[in-house]
Design a protein around this ligand. Structure first.
Ligand code: FEO
Length: 162
């Protein structure tokens, strides 16, 4: 059994994970609209992964004998000006998610809730990977920037994500 406070905090995190999926779905739509189908593929899979994160939290709350209460999901910002900017926004967003996961870890430790802390360690690791993969894409775009066709090359690479 986990505390009501923890259930509430996890509920908030579930909302953030689904919002992330919504944000990345919007980015996928934008990338597709400018003909970069590889980038679209990458963001579609990113969105799917976020729903997986939400599902992981939902299953955990259920296992702990509590109930998730879904909340409204805000509409994401969709005023994109370039495909390159999508990745900057993604890294910025993932850093916010990392901070949010860290707050949950802080709460779990404060409550001596070792089960939730254990679950959260998976997310801590996942956030390190997520930030690193986006930072890597941004770096590739910067390196290839002068060549002028770096977006097309990157599009080919991101098309391979499965
Ligand atoms: Fe669910 Fe991208 O963090």
């Amino acid at each position: 059994m986990i505390s009501e406070k923890m259930v509430k905090a996890i509920n908030e995190q579930i909302n953030k994970e689904i919002y992330s999926a919504y944000l990345y779905a919007g980015m996928a739509i934008y990338a597709g609209s400018v003909g970069l189908n590889g980038v679209m593929n990458w963001f579609q899979l990113q969105a799917k992964e976020e729903l997986g994160h939400a599902a992981k939290f939902m299953a955990y709350v259920n296992e702990q004998g509590s109930r998730v209460m879904l909340k409204a999901i805000d509409a994401p910002d969709q005023k994109f000006t370039s495909v390159a900017s999508l990745f900057d926004k993604t890294l910025e967003h993932e850093k916010e998610v990392t901070a949010s996961i860290n707050s949950l870890v802080f709460l779990a430790k404060k409550e001596a809730d070792y089960a939730t802390d254990g679950l959260l360690q998976w997310f801590v690791k996942e956030q390190v990977e997520e930030e690193a993969s986006v930072a890597d894409i941004i770096q590739k775009l910067e390196i290839g920037g002068k060549a002028g066709n770096s977006l097309l090359i990157l599009d080919g690479i991101l098309a391979q994500r499965k």
